[in-house]
Design a protein around this ligand. Structure first.
Ligand code: FUL
Ligand code: CA
Length: 683
């Protein structure tokens, strides 16, 4: 009898107890489409149209449709790569600033219908929409308001043209998840042959309120992107980084697309922003948005891509990575390799959530339905929160045993508004709490990275906020180290640095040609290597797992310590800094090596800037022992240097010299020759 009573009471306690009332929202809050969109987090951009064939970033508008001629175009390849890389959607440049359109629009002749591609019968918007469907991706369009081709740009007629085209795009191709309005607009252009500069009032010209209304009417579920939203905003830079403090709240009415002060004043959002307009970080996988063969060797590396991930998705922003599809109409092999490796690494970093098996408790909770266990159920809809009053709260996570980790992930339940202003992660050690890391805003997702920590109990303290914390999930992870070879660099004094590619890795090296191992020299700080002709080999090692990277091999030649240039500025060509350069009005660089050296060749690194000039295509190389009488020891061309501006290595028969001179007999663009770095070979 007694037992059954107890049982009934217990059952009632767990089932009869009413769910406590949810906290009141803190405004602004996201609407339904914004809530659905933020789940996507990561999607791709495709920059492909006329610029791909004119080899430009911004076309002038006078390009001929005949130039658009991809030979192996395969939109399914784009979709397959995107989905294999973990992306949830693709957005394509349906029309860029040059005005050429990728679908057979009824409102212009400047389109694929007058191109050789598929004999003018192609519709790339349709092909990509179908490919996205096949691969389970959302589909979005980029539409440039600025149109350097259209004769009416700047006049009211053009606004009608824009509405007509948007109507085609938003009616004929199924669901569109995002409409991307570029902020760049106004300036010089072809404009149907007028060839002039046209300025528009970016605030009023496009009649944005009615444009938004049109999009809403045709695609109610679409997110509209521009500098200031209305639904998703630009992160304010093109390298893919959000901010330490990133609010989804924005003073939306103070912002319009293309406003000059936007990046500085508005891009990070504002604590007291009036509207919910979350950030989107857009970045290209190469320096350019469009394909240029000369950037084939400049695809972002895995460490760079990981940095972008943690500074975008890890900072309350979505991430939009661009593929500059090539002239064949394919995502280039190098880009495919990079994005797939990136997808794998992200997966590996978040493979095992250590919170799942831990016991999680809070210093207070709101009652039934809002307990701490909601933080570990992998369900965004369930959350922990506290009774009303104050703006703090503490979560303790007990792993039950010493555990190693290096990432903290927190998600706020944003349908009730973004609240947290600061939090700290601490570990227990001998009865005291020690700080591991801290952060400011959280929002949809916040990830902190820190060196490996070993602890059996940690706590997250929410120390300040706009109101009580409302938290959906907490994750703690032990991301595997990025086991790539060390990163080699040298400075003019001849010192060599070997930087580990990830935190917590050790670097070992040899200089005698033997394979490095953990028995070799441990790298602690830059060291001098002035003895010419050594081979440096180095590996990164994870001291915890004992795993080793592949080995780096660098043929280290003569240090430039005592080298002098004939002019002060020419030092830029021998400072061991690949990004600085010397421009020679007389097309030559003369160097004094400080002593007689037995030379077997030279190296030339062309200028590495985004828009380089003065690449040497034809050279002569001369040597001298006294700086007066010169002898030419090599001459020829640097083949393919424009498309592939990598270090050029030229060998010649051994010769003794103290002075060397590299002359340009021709540069690619006819401009003064530039030298990023010049070196010699003594082996
Ligand atoms: C910018 C444009 O001017 C670039 O060409 C590119 O499309 C980038 C995504 O947006 O504003
Ligand atoms: Ca949850």
């Amino acid at each position: 009898m007694k037992n059954t009573l107890w049982l009934a009471l217990l059952l009632c306690l767990s089932f009869c107890a009413e769910k406590a009332s949810p906290p009141a929202p803190v405004l602004p809050i996201p609407d339904a489409k914004q809530i659905a969109w933020q789940e996507l987090e990561y999607y791709g951009f495709v920059h492909f149209n006329m610029n791909t064939f004119s080899d430009r970033e911004w076309g002038f508008g006078d390009e001929k449709p005949e130039m658009f001629n991809p030979t192996e175009l395969d939109a399914r390849q784009w979709a397959r790569v995107a989905s294999e890389a973990g992306m949830k959607g693709l957005i394509i440049t349906a029309k860029h600033h040059d005005g050429f359109v990728l679908w057979p629009s009824a409102y212009t002749e400047h389109s694929v219908k007058n191109s050789p591609w598929k004999d003018g019968k192609g519709d790339l918007i349709k092909e990509l929409a179908e490919a996205c469907k096949e691969y389970g991706l959302k589909f979005g369009i980029y539409y440039s308001p600025w149109d350097r081709n259209h004769p009416d740009y700047g006049k009211p007629e053009y606004i009608t043209y824009m509405r007509n085209q948007l109507t085609e795009l938003l009616t004929n191709y199924g669901d569109i998840f995002e409409v991307w309005f570029d902020g760049a607009n106004g300036g010089d252009g072809y404009y149907g042959g007028a060839n002039e500069a046209r300025k528009v009032d970016k605030f009023s010209y496009y009649d944005w309120p009615s444009m938004y209304e049109l999009v809403r009417e045709l695609q109610p579920g679409a997110m509209m992107f521009s500098d200031g939203g209305p639904d998703v905003r630009w992160v304010g830079n093109e390298h893919g980084f959000a901010y330490e403090s990133t609010w989804s709240n924005l003073m939306r009415d103070s912002v319009y697309a293309g406003m000059p002060d936007y990046p500085k004043l508005y891009a990070s959002g504002q604590e007291n922003g009036t509207h919910w307009v979350p950030a989107e970080a857009d970045v290209s996988i190469r320096p350019g948005w469009y394909y240029h063969k000369y950037e084939d060797h400049k695809v972002r590396t895995l460490p760079q891509l990981m940095e972008i991930y943690y500074k975008s998705i890890g900072r309350n922003s979505s991430l939009l990575i661009n593929f500059p599809v090539d002239t064949r109409g394919l995502i280039h092999e190098n880009d495919v390799e990079a994005i797939l490796k990136f997808g794998e690494k992200v997966k590996a970093d978040f493979e095992v959530n250590l919170v799942a098996q831990a016991s999680v408790s809070a210093n207070k909770d709101r009652g039934n339905g809002y307990e701490a266990e909601n933080l570990q159920d992998e369900d965004y809809e369930t959350y922990w929160t506290t009774p009303d009053g104050g703006n703090t709260g503490e979560i303790t996570i007990d792993f039950g045993a010493e555990t190693t980790f290096n990432r903290l992930l927190i998600q706020e339940y944003t349908p009730l508004g973004q609240r947290v202003k600061s939090f700290v992660l601490e570990k227990e050690s001998d009865g005291n709490w020690e700080k591991i890391a801290e952060g400011t805003t959280v929002g949809h997702k916040r990830i902190l990275r820190f060196p490996d920590v070993l602890a059996s109990k940690v706590r997250v303290r929410f120390t300040d906020g706009k109101d009580i914390p409302v938290i959906s999930e907490i994750g703690i992870y032990n991301a595997p180290k990025l086991l790539l070879p060390p990163i080699y660099s040298r400075i003019k004094s001849g010192e060599v640095a070997l930087n580990a590619p990830d935190e917590g890795l050790e670097v070992y090296y040899t200089m005698d040609g033997s394979e490095p191992s953990t028995e070799s020299q441990l790298y602690v700080e830059p060291f001098l290597m002035d003895n010419a002709g050594s081979t440096l080999q180095a590996i990164s090692v994870d001291p915890v797992s004992g795993k080793e990277s592949e080995s780096l091999r660098a043929d280290v030649d003569l240090a430039k310590t005592h080298w002098l240039g004939s002019t002060e500025k020419s030092i830029k060509a021998i400072d061991e800094n690949p990004t600085s350069y010397f421009m020679a009005e007389d097309n030559k660089l003369t160097l004094d090596l400080g002593e007689n050296v037995s030379l077997k060749g030279f190296t030339y690194l062309p200028m590495q800037a985004r828009y380089p000039s003065g690449f040497i295509t034809n050279y002569a190389f001369e040597v001298s022992t006294d700086g007066k009488s010169w002898k030419q020891v090599a001459a020829g061309e640097f083949s393919n240097i424009v498309n592939s501006p990598i270090e050029q290595i030229i060998r010649f028969d051994e010769v003794e010299a103290r002075f060397i001179r590299l002359k340009a007999s021709k540069t690619a663009d006819g401009n003064a020759a530039t030298f990023a770095e010049v070196g010699v070979l003594t082996r």
